[in-house]
Design a protein around this ligand. Structure first.
Ligand SMILES: Cc1cc2nc3c(=O)[nH]c(=O)nc-3n(C[C@H](O)[C@H](O)[C@H](O)COP(=O)(O)OP(=O)(O)OC[C@H]3O[C@@H](n4cnc5c(N)ncnc54)[C@H](O)[C@@H]3O)c2cc1C
Length: 339
């Protein structure tokens, strides 16, 4: 287990903002889990588990320890011709895992290509994109209970998955260190092309009947065009969740805003587009100091170069206030905010 005292977190978060932690603990091999459990008492009020840092905003320092689970490893644990159970340790890079699965002839996660971060963080907010969510394929996962020091196995139904949410992001936030995930993938590819952008992209690529790899390629092409690359422009992807409201609330709003986009979200509820609400308030492309709203995508806040986490948070708060005042809708941030 690697220990670094008084560490900078600037290179460990995709916003590339400066923040510090009193120490970094890096778990590199399976045995480190044991050492970590016996040597360190995790205090959720001061300590933090960090994956790839692509869904977090440091608006302040971490007073205690930042724990990085970098234990890698992936394997096929069950193979029954059509269905395969793929197990990945938490430290695996998510996108590389998607590509590896495709290389083995396995499909089911191709629509989730190029989402930054590590496999261990994928269940936290039930990552989703282009009509697929992790919960569609997650069979089970294992996590270390940081209170008791015991390893637990969670079946799909125990994870309480919802839109960009799970028990690990809400009721049990900060209680578990995810150690590995198990995904049920398919050998027989059934494309999920409900999201119209993918079909259009495949047409541009001259493909009528795509393979899973070609769907992945299409998703990668769309994402590269639409989203700023954190390697060059600090960001955390979508900063706000799309608000889910009652159909009655949406109907009332539609009376004043005829072009309001509305998507089904279960019985009597609909999902609104946070990007549309933000754009209507005039925020797309606007800056506050070194923090800005991307001119490519109104949901993405960017670090123009030297933004502090507090500047980015001030911009997010100003956006939330505008949307609340103009539409009466409360936007919820998607990333974890450390204050
Ligand atoms: C350009 C860009 C595009 C994005 N697009 C999408 C998208 O399409 N869909 C989507 O859902 N998300 C998207 N995201 C957000 C982000 O990539 C995902 O949420 C990803 O799963 C975060 O992984 P991470 O390893 O970086 O987690 P981190 O940001 O390090 O952590 C996120 C949360 O998970 C917790 N955590 C991390 N690892 C563990 C672990 N092993 N055990 C317990 N808790 C842990 C952290 O404490 C924190 O609360 C995007 C981000 C960027 C920058």
């Amino acid at each position: 287990m690697k220990r670094t005292p008084r560490a900078s977190l600037k290179h460990l978060n995709s916003f590339s903002v400066e923040a510090r932690a009193s120490q970094l603990l890096e778990l590199e091999i399976e045995h480190d889990l044991q050492t970590f459990t016996t040597d360190h008492h995790f205090d959720p009020a001061h300590d933090l588990i960090l994956g790839g840092g692509s869904n977090i905003l440091f608006a302040g320092d971490v007073k205690g320890t930042v724990v990085l689970n970098r234990i890698t490893g992936k394997r096929i644990v069950e193979d029954s011709n059509d269905e395969v159970l793929l197990e990945a340790n938490a430290g695996e890079n998510w996108h590389q895992l998607v590509l590896w699965a495709l290389d083995q002839g396995l499909s089911g996660i191709e629509n989730l290509s190029l989402i930054p971060g590590l496999a261990g963080a994928a269940p936290i907010q039930n990552i989703g994109a282009y009509g697929v969510e992790l919960s569609d394929v997650l069979e089970s996962m294992q996590a270390l209970d940081l209170e008791s020091g015991e390893l637990h196995e969670f079946k799909h139904r125990d994870c309480h998955f919802a839109y960009r949410d799970s028990r690990f992001k809400s009721a049990d936030a900060g209680r578990y260190l995810i150690t590995r995930i198990r995904l049920r993938l398919q050998r027989n590819f059934v494309p999920k092309l409900g999201y119209k952008g993918i079909n259009e992209e495949l047409k541009i690529m001259g493909i009528d009947i795509p393979t899973a790899k070609q769907v992945s390629d299409a998703v990668v092409r769309i994402r590269r065009r639409k989203l700023p690359d954190p390697q060059f422009t600090g960001n955390a992807g979508s900063f706000f969740k799309n608000p889910v409201v009652s159909r009655a609330t949406a109907d009332l709003l539609a009376k004043d805003f005829a072009s309001l986009p509305v998507y089904p979200a279960g019985k009597n509820e609909v999902k609104l587009s946070a990007a549309w609400l933000i754009e209507k308030c005039g925020w797309k492309g606007r800056s506050m100091g070194e923090a800005a709203v991307s001119d490519q995508h109104a949901l993405v806040l960017i670090n123009k170069g030297n933004a502090t986490g507090s500047e980015l948070l001030a911009l997010a708060d100003a956006i939330r206030e505008s949307v609340q005042n103009q539409f009466g809708i409360e936007l919820q941030p998607e990333p974890l905010i450390v204050r």
